[in-house]
Write a protein that binds this ligand. Structure first.
Ligand SMILES: *[C@@H]1O[C@H](CO)[C@@H](O)[C@H](O)[C@H]1NC(C)=O
Length: 311
């Protein structure tokens, strides 16, 4: 319904760092650097987990899938942000905005589920080592990751539809660097209350359920490790899940503070900084965390480099 004198919004304008135009150049270089290292790191993880036979296990299957996802996840927001830092118009079309939100939400929700699947994998490996190979078969692996993607596709579709069926009748300035859920909800006119609540509830469910699942898995993992007889076995076992634990903390930490914070604490500027953490930092850190902390990955990298030199 676009009655009266309502102008209908056909494009949105980003105003992320408009207060400080001097830093746009340095910000561009910094973000570009982070983006390129994210791509290189994650492509490398996909390469070694594909090529190296020693890494053909469920844990690395999930890691490979996570890297694949991170590439799409950063690509859904960063290139557009880079273009905006260089150009004057800094806009995105209505459809472009919806597409960006859909891609970002899909990959974000899938990541939540995939991280939970990885925690389950570590739980089985550490708490039920004798049954690990039967319980975490290749079929189970594929199923768990397929379910993660499926949930992402459906839930993101619901969220995006909820937000883009709201009327946008005037304000079109997004105080953010991409079309995220909350900044867009703020622009909608009329009674957005019901949609806000629904969006919030969906976010709570699909962030908190995987998160609680991860917490429960890790409590059991830590309990099992704690009961181990020698310090050496404790350390060795802990090292296999330590990388995952850091990745989970980084991603969920910033995600929970952003989406699940009571509205009274919402501020656009802190929101922007926080989302830099899960859109930029966490995808860049994953490959680093996994390759620096992990002996198997380091050895596989050495083998890969040796092979390339000997060719
Ligand atoms: C990730 O998992 C999905 C679902 O099982 C699969 O279709 C996709 O090919 C996987 N991607 C990679 C790079 O392993």
């Amino acid at each position: 319904m676009t009655s009266r004198n309502h102008t209908v919004v056909t494009y949105f304008q980003f105003l992320p760092f408009s207060g400080i135009p001097e830093i746009q150049g340095s910000l561009f270089c910094l973000v570009l650097l982070v983006y390129v290292s994210t791509l290189v790191g994650n492509i490398l993880i996909i390469m070694i987990t594909t090529v190296d036979v020693a890494l053909h296990s469920p844990m690395y299957f999930f890691l490979k899938n996570l890297s694949f996802l991170e590439i799409g996840y950063t690509t859904s927001t960063i290139p557009k942000m880079l273009v905006n830092l260089l150009t004057k118009r800094k806009g995105i079309s209505f459809l472009g905005c919806a597409t960006q939100m859909y891609a970002f939400a899909l990959l974000g929700i899938t990541e939540c589920c995939l991280l939970a699947a990885m925690a389950y994998d570590r739980y089985l490996a550490i708490c039920h080592p004798l049954h690990y190979t039967t319980m975490m078969s290749w079929n189970t692996c594929f199923l768990l990751s397929a379910v993660s993607w499926f949930v992402g596709v459906l839930v993101a579709l619901g969220q995006t539809t909820l937000i883009f069926t709201l009327p946008y009748c005037g304000p079109n300035r997004i105080n953010h660097f991409f079309c995220d859920l909350l900044p867009l909800l703020k622009l909608a006119c009329g009674a957005t209350y019901k949609n806000e609540i629904t969006t919030y509830i969906i976010a709570v469910i699909f962030i908190m359920v995987p998160f609680l699942f991860i917490v429960v898995s890790y409590v059991q993992i830590l309990y099992t490790i704690f009961k181990m007889p020698t310090a050496k076995s404790k350390r060795k076992t802990f090292s296999t899940c330590f990388s995952h634990l850091i990745v989970v903390t980084l991603f969920y930490g910033s995600g929970i503070v952003t989406y699940l914070r009571p509205k009274a604490f919402y501020s656009s500027s802190s929101n922007k900084l926080l989302s830099l953490s899960y859109t930029l930092m966490s995808p860049m850190m994953n490959p680093l965390i996994y390759s620096l902390r992990n002996k198997e990955v380091k050895q596989a990298l050495k083998r890969l480099i040796a092979k390339k030199i000997n060719m």
